[in-house]
Design a binder for this molecule. Structure first.
Ligand SMILES: [Zn+2]
Ligand SMILES: [Zn+2]
Length: 272
């Protein structure tokens, strides 16, 4: 094992990372001449560069922001040849701006291939993809962090024109969805509270007052139970804080959570 200044999972700043490896500020792939190793940065906060995890393998996008990427005269070639040259390759991932998480040493575990991705001017071009695997295994992500990334990327996408979006969406379309290992803290809701709430409603949505829009496979009117004050906001998992809603109204409560609707549902349950 060669040079390893951090423990896998350590989170450092860009500056600490660069000074530890003695590398300049040169984007996603840097060669450390001091330690004769290659440092890869996979920045998930930059929407256009599409590195994807497939189980334990990260398909890492090569360097070059404009036009077709090449293997000559840059670090793409260094990574391409890493299996034969034996140069050690280190990986950092950025999930939150400015936070570089050290993933340790990675190996090229698949044959590099080319695919179409947008360049910095949003034009489609050929990039090199490198299937790499951390020797300590795939990282786990917190669900909260991933949700934040999704919200940021959606906000970036919302600002684009339809034709810009079309170019990018076509280039980023993939037949095989990316798979990440995710850990989540889950608040457990009680099944009996939920089922009682739905039966109590007798097939009528408590917000819009309309009958359930369809029946489930058992023939019961389909409603969903919802917490008026969300569990994530400290709400109680009680029958008083639970209502039965049609799928439309349920979605509306989660997207809008209109105070008037909240007040209406609280009043309905006030006698419980
Ligand atoms: Zn409804
Ligand atoms: Zn809900």
């Amino acid at each position: 094992m060669g040079y390893s200044p951090f423990k896998v999972g350590d989170v450092v700043t860009n500056e600490v990372m660069r000074s530890a490896f003695r590398i300049g500020n040169m984007g996603g792939m840097c060669k450390s001449n001091t330690y004769n190793c290659l440092v890869l940065i996979s920045d998930h906060t930059k929407g256009l560069y599409d590195d994807k995890w497939y189980g334990t393998e990260l398909h890492y996008t090569g360097m070059g922001q404009e036009g077709d990427q090449t293997l000559n005269g840059n670090q793409n070639g260094t990574l391409y040849n890493s299996r034969t040259s034996g140069i050690e390759v280190h990986l950092f991932e950025v999930i939150d701006k400015g936070e570089y998480t050290y993933r340790g040493v990675v190996k090229l575990t698949g044959k590099p291939y080319q695919e179409i991705q947008p360049d910095k001017n949003k034009n489609p071009r050929k990039v090199w993809m490198f299937p790499i695997t951390p020797i300590t295994g795939a990282p786990e992500y917190s669900k909260e962090k991933l949700d934040e990334v999704h919200v940021k990327l959606e906000a970036q996408a919302e600002k684009m024109t339809l034709s810009e979006l079309e170019t990018i969406a076509k280039a980023r379309s993939s037949k095989e969805p990316s798979i990440k290992v995710v850990t989540a803290k889950q608040r457990d809701r009680d099944e009996f509270v939920a089922v009682y709430t739905k039966k109590r409603a007798k097939g009528i949505c408590q917000l819009c007052g309309q009958p359930a829009p369809f029946r489930d496979k058992l023939g019961n009117p389909y409603l969903e139970s919802h917490h008026i004050v969300w569990l994530s906001n400290g709400g109680e998992d009680t029958i008083k804080n639970s209502v039965a809603l049609c799928p439309n109204c349920h979605k509306k409560m989660h997207v809008v959570n209109d105070p008037n609707d909240v007040a209406k549902l609280k009043t309905l349950n006030s006698t419980l």
